[in-house]
Design a protein around this ligand. Structure first.
Ligand SMILES: [Zn+2]
Length: 409
């Protein structure tokens, strides 16, 4: 699984390989930076940083260019920037209702993005993988000439076995033990494995590295689609649990006696009380009203003063506040981030969420926890998938073999 960002923290020790990795990660996450600053940040002298950036430039991973001098005299400092148009990953986001693919350049630049609708019924492994492989191939064909694909990452809305991308359990479509990662790699055929992660885990990492949680050591990310996913970062590291299935905030039991049925088979889980169906039912919407647009329509109607929509957001906001109060008491996060459809649901129900926090969170934790919304709109999980794809390169910049098949032509 992904490691936390190293932007604010050089690694312990100063071995050459670790310094190369730290430097590339710094440029990838932080953008163009002068050699002088890199030397200060790494705690090495200028000739060492010159050698390090030279190796990364020779490998085609960074470029060095004069900084704009703004009229100053003297020798300009060289800026080191990621080679975004020469090195990319393919990122996939498999959500309940849509399939998204993107080509993302080193430095996090999304240079191509394609999307297809995913039917909520009958979308079996073969269908999903063949659509994604078509999108991925199209993105490879439209890549800048000579650009090299160095990784493939995918975000899946279910429980993923670490290592091989097996979908252990996809609650919304009933997938059990489907070899998703292996099958997508086979169909995509770029000579690289497909690294797969749970959507909310990857969303937490994306917000931590580039979004609303940069610089925060402890955060909770809550992702809403049909249900609610959770990603918890503790001390800069994702809390995966013993088997990689941790942080399932959506199945935290909040209403066991009168609770709504949950997709997991239980009753009264947080996602059963605040998920898509809970909000739409509370607002009196018909059963065929589904999806992120339907959820956002309730929030928009409430903002216009519609009484049923306002009452639905009050009801769901109270349950959301109960869930957030529990995770804040447990993890004492600096920030709680709402993503996916919970972004709008939180914005429409914030007073009710905050009331619960005031009433139910211990003051010592309550004073610290900020509530924020995702920085990436609907693409948090896609950005997280891209970071997963970059992880092997960032861990060992010169040790990652680049397969011939991944070079676009
Ligand atoms: Zn559940």
């Amino acid at each position: 699984m992904l490691k936390g960002p190293a932007v604010d923290r050089p690694p312990a020790g100063d071995s050459h390989r670790r310094n190369l990795a730290a430097l590339l990660r710094r440029v990838h996450l932080g953008g163009p930076v002068s050699r002088v600053r890199l030397a200060e940040w790494l705690g090495v002298n200028r000739s060492t940083v010159l050698a390090l950036t030279g190796e990364l430039a020779a490998a085609g991973l960074v470029r060095e260019e004069p900084a704009p001098t703004a009229g100053r005299t003297g020798r300009p400092s060289l800026l080191v920037r990621p080679a975004s148009d020469a090195v990319h990953v393919l990122a996939f986001d498999i959500a309940v209702d849509r399939l998204v693919a993107a080509r993302v350049g080193l430095g996090g630049v999304v240079s191509g993005r394609l999307e297809a609708t995913r039917p909520r019924a009958g979308a079996d492994l073969d269908f999903v993988v063949s659509v994604l492989a078509d999108l991925g191939r199209a993105l490879q064909h439209s890549a800048p000439p000579g650009s090299v694909c160095v990784g493939v990452g995918a975000s899946y809305c279910g429980m993923i076995r670490p290592g091989d991308g097996l979908v252990r359990y996809g609650p919304d479509l009933g997938w059990v033990d489907q070899a998703f990662g292996v099958e997508l790699a086979r169909r995509l055929d770029v000579g690289l494995p497909v690294l797969v992660g749970n959507e909310a885990h990857l969303g937490a990492v994306a917000e931590h590295q580039r979004g609303a949680g940069v610089g925060v050591r402890n955060l909770v990310y809550l992702h809403g689609d049909v249900g609610v996913g959770g990603g918890i970062i503790v001390g800069g590291e994702l809390l995966g649990g013993d088997g990689g299935y941790g942080s399932e905030v959506g199945h935290m039991l909040v209403n066991p006696y009168q609770g709504r049925p949950c997709g997991c088979g239980s009753h009264g889980c947080l996602e059963a009380e605040v998920g898509e169906r809970a909000l739409l039912d509370a607002a009196g919407r018909p059963a065929d009203s589904i999806g992120r647009d339907a959820v956002r329509a309730v929030v928009a109607d409430a903002a216009r003063g519609d009484p049923a929509a306002r009452e639905a957001l009050r009801h769901v906001g109270d349950w959301l506040g109960i869930g957030v109060a529990n995770v804040v008491n447990l993890f004492n996060p600096g920030v709680v981030i709402f993503g996916g459809t919970l972004r709008e649901v939180f914005q429409g129900s914030a007073p009710h969420v905050r009331r619960r926090i005031r009433a139910n969170v211990l003051p010592v934790s309550r004073d610290k926890a900020e509530l924020r919304v995702s920085a990436f709109g609907d693409d948090t999980t896609l950005i997280g998938a891209a970071e997963l794809g970059f992880a092997p390169l960032l861990d060992d910049p010169l040790g990652t073999p680049v397969p011939a098949a991944s070079r676009s032509s």
